[in-house]
Design a protein around this ligand. Sequence first.
Ligand code: MTE
Length: 299
Amino acid sequence: MAHRWKNDLTHADVTPEQTYLNRRQVIAGLAGAGLAAAAGPLSAETLEPNSWEEITTYNNFYEFGTGKEDPARYAHLMKTEPWSVKIDGLVDKPGEYSFQDIMSEMTIEERLYRFRCVEAWSMIVPWNGFELADLLAMAGVQDGAKYVAFETLYRPSEMPGTAYRTIDWPYREGLRLDEAMHPLTIMATGIYGKPMPNQNGAPLRLVVPWKYGFKSIKSIVRITLTEEEPPTSWNQLAPREYGFYSNVNPTVDHPRWSQASERRIGGGLFSKRQPTLMFNGYEDKVASLYEGMDLAKNY
Ligand code: MTE
């Protein structure tokens, strides 16, 4: 990869929650002493990743129910060992890749990303993970591949929410190949330096920080390189409400609500609604992917 930026928020190798909290106190102390500038170009947002508690108890994972608290309550039923990811389609080395083998090949980094759900709430999450591009390189992407399709585990005996046909299981998502190869796109394997909790999509889930959260598919068991745009769950369910692209865009409203602002989970300093940023704040890094496209049509 030619350039490996992290993102515009702060990062560290693996920062446990307590270290974040301590750092925040240090910065607050500096600010009190009129020395905030010494801490570097950090905005207030930089200092406020959501807590472990918030990130792991307010979730969307319909395989365990549609309530925000259902995943934390039921996702322990999902067995995540052993785990393997089938990589197939237009790749040189198709096959079942065990989670351990993947982890032994990948470099785990921390990415502190904004996370914006299409429902207009948001969090800031300190993910751990690796670039999806590195995993795709391991499998060898063939000429002719234009899209990447993803599938979540579908195991009804361990997933009480799948008794309801809210979604045509398994949950499916997809990206254009250049979106998948973008250095901001990661496969997350942890939060706050701990292994990914089941409710957040253990053992590995996609994170595409400039797109609405539903693109960030959880507990992935299959990745397929395709020539055609793959079908995706929310688009199949309500095509007029959820497009294939689903880039965060404050100027394109959901048919039933505004996307101009969002509610940051966790309250405190950020309890009032705040403006939603174009591409969720990653515009300078990703806008070029969509040059010449009508983003209102390609929603
Ligand atoms: N992946 C699967 N398999 N099933 C889901 O219901 N929900 C999506 C996405 N990935 C979902 C999923 C939605 S709508 C959001 S907002 C995020 O997961 C929520 O991620 P979080 O619970 O880690 O915040």
